[in-house]
Ligand binder design. Sequence first.
Ligand code: KG4
Ligand code: ZN
Length: 364
Amino acid sequence: MDHVTRILGIETSCDETAVAVLEVGEHATCNTQHVTSEMKPLKVSVNLVSSQIPIHQKYGGVVPEVAARSHVPEAVSLITQALQQVPLETIDALAVTRGPGLATALGVGIESARALAAFSGKPLIGVNHLEGHIASAWLNDENRAKWEFPLLVLTVSGGHTELVLVRDWCRYKIVGGTRDDAAGEAFDKSAKLMGMLYPGGPKIAKLAERGNSTAFALPRPMLKDGTFDFSFSGLKTAVRQLWEGLPERPVFDEANPHPLLCDVAASLQAAIVEVLVEKTLAAAKKYKVKGVCLVGGVSANASLRLRLGEGIAQRLPGVAYLPSDRKYVTDNAAMIATAGYWRFLKEDFVDWKRIEVRPEWGLK
Ligand code: KG4
Ligand code: ZN
């Protein structure tokens, strides 16, 4: 029987309210010819994301209470829009981010999902946000065709920098992580210092395109320490010292950026990218993985995408490179629905009366 499974995903862990519907099955049309016969086609039929970035920009970062209050009307509005396109009766399960993230923000998604589950009787799935990021790579048809365990995942976002070994479906082992700032924070905090609004990562990336990455020698923290851990706070301090030591500190002008600012940005980006790439390649080699996924907001960075791909092709022949599509790298609900689908297959459901937020929930 060619049944289509439809999962409604809800994400409110930080500063994006997102709702999506994932369809898996014979009717869900696929775009590429790489899909093998045993692979069921996937389709993201609804993908709504409402960003709070403009709200948080005036505070210079995400304020948890403000985030939570802003999620409330947005979550209701996006769920309503989604269900106008895909009726609730046709949905097989509801997947909601349970953690990690901001407790009050997560609560908004959980309460919305709880109400929907109680009202509809549909199964409810509590999704780990980090498993969601990993699942974002599986949304790509070519990646799915090459998906073979063990896999290594580099998750780089505003809140996380992790190397995760995936031995089988839903079986995770963290082999490395940051000891202080996440990679996204290293971009964002350095950008803020140089007068850029949150989030600074994309702005640094844009400036870096015009800059010289060897203009300033910035440290490569923990590059050769033999672990798969990261530390970015020293890099942030080095950028501050460099910035404060400049004879003149140019004002950030997005339309007409100062060459000095471009050089600092390029040097900073090169340092972050080199550490991320080298540690990932070393871990991939040690654990003899068959593929390397790149996920999370920082994986929108073109230099990181390119360098990791080149590194794998040159130094790890036979290992597949599986970056998630750019449209799914920052927080979204399609990835939550996808991880929800994996859990749906395992019937990993939670009673709507019992689901609660897990702000510190790690991957296991
Ligand atoms: O995954 P995400 O949307 O949120 C978290 O779960 O944290 O990631 C947001 C992070 C921010 O730190 C942002 O500056 C960074 O991703 N980011 C980038 C780029 N685009 C987004 N960092 C570097 N280069 C980019 N092009
Ligand atoms: Zn995220």
